[in-house]
Design a protein around this ligand. Structure first.
Ligand code: HEC
Ligand code: HEC
Length: 224
């Protein structure tokens, strides 16, 4: 579609609507909804106006609107707060600027289990490029550490790949080195584990728990 065609198409949605004041509220509501999901109008208004064709996302959205109203009524009942003090749930509360509001750790875990860590690493980099600094995903230090800890028992190699990625963004993350050391012990590679505990200690020298784990591993080796 050319720019002019796009403007005309948008006009076909907007013009009849702007004729009435309450329709301006509707437009404001629609803009808020679109921004909350990070989509354009056509994501839901997918069929030509008046065509009578099904618009599956619009149907979901209508049900979501009813659900959100329900939730707010239940929140009011649960807290007993008057409307002026009540904190309301809105589309943005769950959606955070994306249509399917999965958490980043869920996405990375799912991709790692289904397609392996190289695919998960690509996905993380890609999402970070598009969404860093927005509300959509938590790119903090903990996300990848938590996923790695969840899988390091069964899939230590994948866990290590995710932790290496985390260290690219958080080179001073002693907790990433600790998590990596744990994955190393699952691979029965105690030498690598000790090296990673030492790196963790370089960053966080007074951490007694890391010192303890390193000592334990060393004394285990002396005994053998
Ligand atoms: C997330 C889905 C979604 C997005 C995005 C969205 N709408 Fe809607 N829109 C709806 C739903 C659902 C209704 C029907 C609401 C109802 O039944 O009260 C609606 C209703 C409307 C209506 C009233 C006529 C009709 O089709 O029912 C207009 C006009 C409209 N939207 C314009 C827009 C514009 C302009 C945008 C972009 C700024 C937009 N919408 C973005 C879901 C959406
Ligand atoms: C309590 C949390 C919550 C609230 C509030 C909420 N949604 Fe959703 N919505 C979800 C979840 C979770 C999904 C994804 C379900 C799935 O497909 O796995 C979803 C999916 C959708 C989808 C389908 C997206 C797609 O591409 O398949 C639309 C459209 C949508 N929501 C619109 C809205 C609108 C509009 C509002 C506000 C009126 C809203 N939602 C409020 C949780 C919420």
């Amino acid at each position: 579609m050319s720019r002019t065609q796009k403007l005309l198409a948008l006009g076909a949605i907007l013009l009849p609507a702007l004729a009435f004041p309450q329709e301006q509220d509707r437009m404001a509501q629609m803009q808020t909804i679109a921004a909350s999901l990070g989509v354009r109008c056509e994501y839901c208004h997918s069929a030509p106006r008046g065509s009578g064709q099904v618009e599956p996302k619009k149907d979901v959205a209508r049900a979501m609107m009813a659900m959100t109203q329900d939730l707010n009524a239940k929140i009011a009942a649960a807290t007993g707060k008057p409307p002026t003090e009540l904190t309301r749930v809105a589309c943005i509360t769950c959606h955070r600027g994306i249509p399917i509001p999965k958490q980043l750790n869920e996405l990375v875990l799912q991709t790692t289990l289904q397609s392996g860590s190289p695919a998960a690493v690509d996905q993380y980099r890609d999402l970070r490029e598009h969404f860093y600094g927005r509300q959509a995903y938590d790119f903090g230090e903990d996300t990848l550490i938590n996923v790695a800890n969840q899988i390091s028992q069964a899939r230590p190699t994948d866990a290590i790949a995710l932790l290496k990625l985390n260290l690219e963004y958080y080179p001073k993350s002693s907790r990433s080195y600790v998590a990596m050391a744990f994955a190393n012990t699952r691979q029965l590679d105690d030498t690598a584990a000790m090296a990673n505990y030492e790196k963790a200690l370089e960053i966080d020298p007074n951490n007694g728990s890391i010192q303890g784990r390193l000592e334990q591993l060393k004394s285990y080796h002396r005994k053998r």
